[in-house]
Design a protein. Structure first.
Length: 153
């Protein structure tokens, strides 16, 4: 089963379990969300959804994103800039984030050594990890990769 099909199925099951309706607006928001790349902000999602289906308000999109999070098909991310972003939950995938404090670019990375150390540290403290978030903040080192590099000079 594809990741897209898995997300759709998980959302349908969540709606059914909670006696909620599958609406045209929710389907449109789901389609746009699944098609989005990276970490999509609600404002960007709203713009794309409204281009597809006029009249879908921000409140509907916020409520639907909360539903997606509750259903386990979206991760809510806050990277310290006051803007909430969402990314689809991909089965069996885990990654962490490097965030440029100047341009806001988000780099995704995977590092097995970090994963192993987190497990060991948790075990040393008597914990069994159920989940974690690892966000590292810094600044791009050169002007070719950061549009705000010159502002720091």
């Amino acid at each position: 089963m594809s990741d897209t099909a898995r997300l759709r199925k998980r959302f349908e099951e969540h709606l059914e379990r909670n006696n909620l309706k599958q609406t045209r607006q929710r389907r449109a928001i789901l389609d746009v969300f699944i098609a989005s790349e990276g970490h999509v902000a609600v404002e960007d999602l709203a713009e794309a959804v409204q281009a597809r289906m006029q009249g879908v308000g921000h409140a509907t999109i916020y409520r639907t994103m909360k539903l997606f999070t509750d259903a386990g098909i979206a991760h809510e991310r806050n990277f310290g800039d006051g803007q909430t972003r969402y990314e689809p939950v991909v089965h069996g995938e885990h990654h962490d984030h490097l965030i440029c404090e100047d341009c806001g670019h988000i780099f995704e990375f995977e590092d097995q050594l970090i994963e192993d150390r987190q497990e060991l540290i948790a075990e040393q403290h008597g914990l069994s990890l159920s989940s974690h978030r690892h966000d590292i903040f810094g600044r791009c080192n050169n002007r070719s990769s950061c549009p705000r590099w010159e502002a720091r000079s």
